[in-house]
Design a protein around this ligand. Structure first.
Ligand SMILES: C[S@@+](CC[C@H](N)C(=O)[O-])C[C@H]1O[C@@H](n2cnc3c(N)ncnc32)[C@H](O)[C@@H]1O
Length: 275
């Protein structure tokens, strides 16, 4: 790929997703874009750049191809221990008459939000009347369609089978070589396409709602500092008082946006955290 074409592609990635790619990503971009170019009968990368510029319908495909969607059930276990043992009991004591609302803000194929749904369902067994709703958003429509299907196989379920065999039996049904999330969990979940750099217009039933818990995990590190600040500003508007923001492994926003208070590694609040 010519350096000028690579620069144009990197600029398009930033324009449409906010993701900051270095020019060391040329092999990755070539590998991901090549099959699409073949399908469209476009012979050169410059030709594909032009297609993305000219054709709004191609932008969605482009976004699907340039985003990285790695995820797992119960990724970073200590975060889930915190949600299960501290966040949910404390939230429920403070709000016994409300519905817990959670936003999985870079939901990818859904493992994160179904992990949470399983925890909430388990919690509800000991907290009669506990209700919850989860909004899952991602910029990639293709990966959200996978989250909606809720079909998982391979590495995604191997670890879950090993760690939570009883939950797999309860919350999944076998479909050939894969496992499908049961409707009883799916009905707590709403999915919507959303670019984190834009204001969130929550779909029903979240309209005008602020979230009690926001998962913003393993996505900030794709952005440069300017876009990280912009995303955090957007997310702030969607947080209820006392809400918690959860980041991904090794991510930190300390020093990036002074409105956030550090509660413990990966967990932040806009209010003074409990002492
Ligand atoms: C590595 S996955 C993280 C999935 C999950 N949160 C986790 O921690 O396992 C990153 C996700 O961020 C999404 N993403 C990238 N840029 C985005 C943007 N500007 N707005 C919303 N989602 C974005 C990608 O499509 C991808 O699914």
């Amino acid at each position: 790929m010519q350096p000028a074409t690579l620069s144009a592609l990197i600029a398009l990635v930033r324009e449409h997703t906010g993701i900051a790619m270095s020019d060391r990503k040329s092999v990755l971009l070539e590998r991901r874009l090549r099959p699409r170019m073949l399908a469209l009968d476009i012979a050169s990368y410059q030709g594909y750049v032009q297609r993305v510029r000219d054709d709004d319908a191609e932008v969605a495909h482009f976004i699907d191809l340039v985003t990285t969607n790695d995820t797992l059930f119960f990724r970073t276990q200590h975060v889930w221990d915190y949600v299960e043992r501290e966040f949910l009991p404390r939230w429920w004591r403070a709000h016994p008459d409300r519905t817990l609302t959670v936003w999985s803000a870079a939901a990818s194929s859904g493992e994160e939000l179904y992990s949470l749904a399983m925890l909430c369902d388990q919690f509800a067994a000991h907290a009669p009347g506990f209700r919850y709703r989860i909004l899952g958003t991602d910029i990639s429509r293709q990966i959200l369609a996978q989250a909606g299907a809720g079909d998982y196989a391979g590495r995604s379920v191997e670890r879950l089978l090993a760690s939570h065999p009883d939950w797999v039996a309860k919350y999944f049904t076998a479909r050939g070589d894969s496992l499908r999330v049961v409707d009883a969990l799916k009905r707590h979940v709403t999915l919507a396409q959303h670019n984190l750099l834009k204001p969130l217009r929550p779909p029903s039933p979240f309209t005008h709602q602020q979230f009690d818990l926001v998962f913003l995990r393993n996505v900030l590190f794709y952005f440069d500092q300017e876009h990280q600040q912009a995303v955090l500003q957007q997310v702030r508007h969607s947080m209820a008082p006392q809400a918690r923001l959860i980041l991904g492994e090794s991510e930190s926003i300390t020093g990036l946006d002074t409105a956030w208070q550090f509660e413990r590694p990966l967990i932040y609040t806009l209010d003074k955290p409990p002492s």
